[in-house]
Design a protein around this ligand. Sequence first.
Ligand code: NAD
Ligand code: ZN
Length: 352
Amino acid sequence: MVPKVVFGEGCFNQLSSILSSQAKEKAPFIFLVDDVFEGNTEFIDRIKIRFNDKLIFISAAHEPRTSQVDALVKGIKSEFTTIPAGIIGIGGGTVMDLAKATAIMLTNKGSASDYQGWDLVKQKAVYHVGIPTISGTGAEVSRTTVLTGPVRKLGINSDFTPFDQVILDPELTKGVSKNQWFFTGMDCFIHCVESLNGTFLNAFSQSYGEKAYDLCMEIFLDDTLSEEESRAKLMMASWHGGMSIAYSQVGVAHAMSYGLGYVLGTKHGVGNCIVFQHLEEFYPKDVLLFKKMTLKHKIEIPQEICKNISETQMDTMIGVALGMVPLWENALGANWKSIITHEKLKELYLKM
Ligand code: NAD
Ligand code: ZN
């Protein structure tokens, strides 16, 4: 679990005092910042970069890759003679995952792709801080960093992955576009649905999952919340949703969305929405609610994205989805293979 967290509008201003307790002579802090903030001098000034620190703007146009992590680590090692005092990720799931992976790979040998899987990390990571600027993924609280590697899209799941410190300032999410707010917010809603309807459910994940689910109902279906309340509540829903899956698993939508992401580069949030709208047979009540939310907020979910894909692409997509064994076990139980076949997934993908 994340051992330290601060929350509240404006708490981003505590960053420099939080970091000062970790400062080491000559060791830099490396700030990975979503490039949506490039040119926003007022925001960048609040980071209070010291002479030896380094700020790297990161594009979130593509999901993080193991090769990108390797390149970041190589760059940092060649520029600085000492190991950094900390890695600070400021952005959405993309930047936060890159920050976690970079912190791990600064102290572990080889390529980030060597550690995709469960509990493969040997050495403690460099101190790392997560600061979300968009809410929903739960990446700020999870013990994984999802990376696309040469052969698979899979997280580095380990006890060294979670942030040492998280700063939850809802004000930072103010600039997010409506569509992106919805897609990333729905990632949270779908985390709750898949956790609460899964066979891995237990009292720990249920307590967090139910809270996050109720918050999503308020945020996406209730008209009485102010924008400020809605921002704060979505930040906490993201946190609780992440905590819920930390002790259970996601399900059908995520398994199939990974396939779309790997083959078509579809981003996580929108990919989950594309899949989820077709999952009535698995999550009937919640697919109806999802459609209600989509209509209410006038969001257009991309359609027919699999229409023109080749047979090879379809096979790869199905292969990636079928490879997500724990997700299927959680969603459908030990006998999931009797329900989910190559043909069944093809039929579903062709609807998308
Ligand atoms: P993202 O980080 O990809 O960002 C989406 C868009 O929002 C980008 O264009 C970004 O520039 C923009 N943005 C971010 N903050 C903004 C702000 N304040 N104002 C304006 N624009 C802003 O989106 P995401 O949905 O948060 O993250 C998706 C990634 O998270 C995927 O790579 C996925 O694999 C990963 N993920 C990780 C976990 C985990 O537990 N580690 C869980 C779920 C998803
Ligand atoms: Zn997700």
